[in-house]
Write a protein that binds this ligand. Structure first.
Ligand code: BJW
Length: 249
């Protein structure tokens, strides 16, 4: 049996903290049954997810890439949020300034009720016209046409997500850096802390004097910088912290 971390010092810190920013990654949705990127379950038809999340994969074979995203949309549509997402949604009412930065495109934080969300890598339920740049919401699962085309100009639609080698939207990454720099406590949950620029956000928080709390089932490159490293599943650790919080909604 794994040793239970002592969360008392963290509970004491959170009791006097007003500004909290959270960065989440694929691990927070793992307990909902959504495959992570770099875990053993990250394979699809012999492709690693990272190989298909690129502009070159899309330009070479848009149908293949859309089949991959359609498959993922199907999984997401069939799953539910988990206690980790729910606790974070509740914390918006508990901490005076609470913001959630997510690398996930699954939309689960919205589904759980969070409102102050910065989606760094986009959203799988949004489609973008490769010609006009217009963004539309689409919840069809499966998609009616693969690859889908723009109803207005007929050009190819792409998932409104950020692939490797693409820049994040400047206003979004700027907002994420600001929220990381101005918080007192930053939670980093379920991310391998491998993909840039997301992985540099907690370091910005450290630089500005914030305490960093990492929740992950395994150590990451961020672990040496964390003031609190809680090893375990976020869907179990977050409810435990929440139950002990000495704050009122
Ligand atoms: C649990 C758990 C449980 C499991 N409880 N925990 C600077 C240095 C080096 C490289 C670069 C750099 N700047 C840019 C780069 C290149 C690149 C990059 O970072 N490459 C790395 C591989 C090194 N970055 C980019 O290209 C970015 N663009 C950019 O910076 O533009 C400027 C630029 C352009 C060109 C050249 C140079 C600069 C864009 C990155 C976009 C990432 N996109 C993806 C796909 C999104 C769409 C989609 O989902 O399909 O985003 S890739 C993928 O990785 C996805 C994720 O959001 C992202 C992060 O993954 P995450 O969330 O950390 O998941 P995993 O699977 O890695 O980890 C899961 C974790 O959960 C693990 O730690 C588990 O232990 C844990 N876990 N169960 C708690 N129950």
């Amino acid at each position: 049996m794994s040793e239970q971390p002592d969360i008392a010092p963290l509970i004491e810190l959170l009791g006097k903290t007003n500004r909290v920013t959270v960065l989440t990654g694929a691990g927070i949705s793992a307990e909902s049954g959504i495959p992570t990127f770099r875990g053993e379950d990250g394979l699809w038809r012999n492709y690693r997810a990272e190989e298909l999340a690129t502009p070159s994969a899309f330009s070479q074979d848009p149908k293949l890439v859309w089949e991959f995203y359609d498959w993922r949309r199907g999984i997401i549509a069939s799953k539910e949020t988990n206690p980790g997402h729910i606790v974070l949604a509740g914390w918006e009412k508990i901490f005076p300034e609470f913001y959630l930065i997510t690398q996930n495109i699954d939309g689960f934080h919205f589904k759980a009720g969070s409102k102050n969300i910065v989606e760094l890598h986009g959203n799988i339920w949004k489609l973008r016209c490769t010609e006009e740049g217009t963004i539309t919401e689409n919840h069809d699962s499966p998609l009616k046409e693969i690859p889908p085309h723009c109803p207005s100009c007929g050009a190819l639609l792409r998932p409104h997500v950020v692939w490797f080698g693409e820049s994040l939207f400047p206003s979004i990454i700027q907002q994420a850096y600001t929220l990381s720099a101005q918080c007192e406590v930053m939670f980093v949950i379920g991310t391998s802390a491998f993909v840039q620029p997301a992985a540099s956000l907690p370091l910005r928080a450290v630089e500005m004097g914030a305490k960093v709390v990492e929740i992950n089932i395994a150590p990451t490159p961020l672990t040496p910088y964390a003031d609190f490293s809680l090893m375990g599943k976020s869907g179990e650790i977050l409810p435990k912290i929440d139950k002990n919080l000495k704050r009122e909604a």
